[in-house]
Design a protein around this ligand. Structure first.
Ligand code: ZN
Length: 54
């Protein structure tokens, strides 16, 4: 995902309005979502393990 430096709109193109667009989000946001998902899954597993122990 790119943001155009000229008109400020987000685009999938690396070039917009005749200029190179600035890269935003994309993989980083996806990784954050995965980290959040993994941590909630891990927390659920941890709670289950503690519940099984006691
Ligand atoms: Zn533009």
């Amino acid at each position: 995902m790119y943001r155009c430096r000229v008109c400020g709109s987000e685009t999938e193109r690396a070039v917009h309005c005749g200029t190179a667009a600035e890269r935003v989000r994309g993989l980083a946001a996806l990784n954050n979502d995965r980290v959040n998902l993994l941590s909630s899954v891990f927390a659920g597993l941890l709670g289950w393990a503690i519940g099984a122990l006691f």
